[in-house]
Design a binder for this molecule. Structure first.
Ligand code: IPE
Ligand code: IPE
Ligand code: MG
Length: 243
């Protein structure tokens, strides 16, 4: 049985409430959340998790007050700059996924540089979902497919029936295994337009802890709970026990 999930994904939620509870600005919570990100990456690397993905900013988050969006973007820039050395030292392969065309040129460039520099690393795959939405991803895949259909039509070819495997290869997560475990902090129990297609058989875990308080012990607890789950993929429990 697979006790250690190959791909853990985290919806990092609760920064605003964490700050509010302390009478502070929301941005203060986001800042504190960077510490949790560091601890989480370290834990994933130490426990030989192959893929760690973090939902950092959703397509819908662009609708937040301008000050908060700008503050969050500045934090991303600072975080990438601060973590670059750690990424290289720990052999981490970094990638950002989402509608990056909406980012400022400066941030896009910094992301691109970090991706390039770490592209030959062979340790933990670290994926940051930024300006991402599950529906956006499915739509851009559908658009790519419609272009394939058009090209085939122009060439007088007919395409084989569209399969899930082929559709997977058109998604922005191409080549990344689907998340085995999705953790959402702060007690909210919803997907908020995150990995809609890719979470078809993910296990979900919703701890109450707010993201700025999330540390290695919380991550370990999530792994312990995951290890107790029985993933049936549509089969019966008996079928799994006999195989
Ligand atoms: C998560 O914390 C960070 C982002 C969505 C960018 P929130 O900012 O959503 O915190 P709450 O949910 O308001 O507490
Ligand atoms: C989801 O959190 C997005 C991220 C954590 C990046 P939100 O706080 O934006 O989600 P809702 O609006 O409460 O569903
Ligand atoms: Mg939230």
């Amino acid at each position: 049985m697979n006790r250690i999930p190959r791909h853990v994904s985290i919806i990092m939620d609760g920064n605003g409430r964490w700050a509010k509870a302390r009478g502070m600005e929301r941005l203060y919570g986001h800042k504190e959340g960077s510490e949790s990100v560091r601890a989480t990456i370290e834990f994933a690397a130490e426990n030989r998790i192959e893929y760690l993905s973090l939902f950092a900013f959703s397509e819908e988050n662009w609708n937040r007050p301008e000050d908060e969006v700008n503050g969050l973007m500045q934090l991303m820039v600072d975080a990438i700059a601060a973590e670059t050395a750690t990424i290289m030292k720990n052999n981490i392969k970094f990638r950002a996924i989402g509608d990056l065309s909406k980012l400022s040129e400066d941030i896009a460039k910094k992301i691109y540089n970090a991706e390039e520099m770490s592209s030959h690393n062979t340790g933990l795959n670290l994926i940051i979902f930024l300006s991402y939405a599950g529906k956006w991803d499915i739509l851009q895949a559908a658009e790519k497919y419609s272009e394939e259909v058009l090209r085939a039509y122009q060439d007088g070819r007919t395409l084989p029936k569209l399969t899930a495997d082929h559709f997977n290869s058109l998604l922005s997560t191409k080549g990344i295994p689907d998340p085995d475990l999705i953790i959402r902090t702060s007690g909210e129990q919803r997907i908020s337009n995150y990995l809609l297609w890719q979470s078809a058989y993910s296990e979900f875990y919703f701890p109450e802890v707010l993201w700025p308080d999330f540390r290695k012990t919380h991550f370990q607890q999530a792994l312990d709970i995951f290890a107790q789950r029985e993933r049936r993929f549509g089969k019966t429990g008996d079928q799994l026990n006999n195989s």
